[in-house]
Design a protein around this ligand. Sequence first.
Ligand SMILES: NC(=O)c1ccc[n+]([C@@H]2O[C@H](COP(=O)([O-])OP(=O)(O)OC[C@H]3O[C@@H](n4cnc5c(N)ncnc54)[C@H](OP(=O)(O)O)[C@@H]3O)[C@@H](O)[C@H]2O)c1
Length: 326
Amino acid sequence: MKQRILGKTGRAVSEIGLGTWQLGTKWGEPFNREEAWSILEAAEAAEISFIDTADVYNGGKSEETIGEYLAAHPGKFYVATKCGRRLKPHSPEMYTPGAIAGFVEDSLTRLRLERLDLVLLHCPPSSVFARDDIFAELERQKRLGKIADYGVSIEKTAEGLQAMEYDISAIEVVFNMFRLKPLDELLPRAAEKELGVIARVPLASGLLTGRYRADTVFGPKDHRSYNREGASFDKGETFSGVPYELGLEAVEELKRLFGTQDLAPIAIRWVLAHPEISVVIPGASRASQVPENVRAAQLPPLTREQLRGVEEIYDRYLRQIIHPQW
Ligand SMILES: NC(=O)c1ccc[n+]([C@@H]2O[C@H](COP(=O)([O-])OP(=O)(O)OC[C@H]3O[C@@H](n4cnc5c(N)ncnc54)[C@H](OP(=O)(O)O)[C@@H]3O)[C@@H](O)[C@H]2O)c1
């Protein structure tokens, strides 16, 4: 597995990492510790060294299982975690330095670590990206040695540009063949500032695997059923904000462009074609998906024609809808 440097953190990480929102559960299903553990084993076997998690994933079980795994396999993974989404209501005034300090302590406990590798604000309300007191607290946590680095996870590119006013080390953003806006300004600016860039939702919640159809059924508690219009959180996290039927049409075009039905490794390879990206983090709800996604690392680089073809499909089907929103 190739390594890339995670920006200013200076840490070398595998270019393909693991997303753990769905660790040990297909979204909405009860947590299965054995499955979670085997996903982490599969990641280690595939030479993945970067894990993305958050304090809220599976009510803390994602962090807890990673902590347990790290206790048994010390130092195997660099772990990025996120905080803020435990705040109820999730509103700007709930963001306080004290709350951040508490979240750091709780993640340290669940992950069984003495210092967190990377803490990201977990898509807070937009105004929080301009809050001196919150970034000062993250800086204080760094000075105290509780965290090695901090950064932000964002919905909109403008939020990332705002956060770059502070001394962040990394930024996490939705970036995939259905989400090209970061190419305009965010990624060039991040490269200038030597930020680590974590590309999330690379498969557009699975849509870009090419395996879904108009009659594919998602469980009632799966966000791909209930959050298509943003009922619970930003709809950009569900199929990348792409209306499902339209996404299926664009996927058919991509299959023709690449001459294959199996788009998952290509979707991940496409993200890695951009040198500003430090690590791409496909999520896996089953251990078998991990080696499937790591195959992307073995594919030859995409050709200029293929890259242009992706842009043309985006322009034809999605630009008008996606570009103004995120
Ligand atoms: N706000 C934030 O900061 C934020 C938001 C979203 C995600 N994230 C992070 O980013 C990670 C990745 O995003 P994501 O999981 O939402 O989307 P994703 O990586 O685009 O899609 C993951 C889903 O795709 C399907 N899949 C994955 N590999 C597959 C394969 N080889 N074959 C067939 N299907 C496959 C699985 O669906 P099934 O479950 O149906 O099998 C899986 O749950 C998350 O795990 C999380 O760590 C962060």
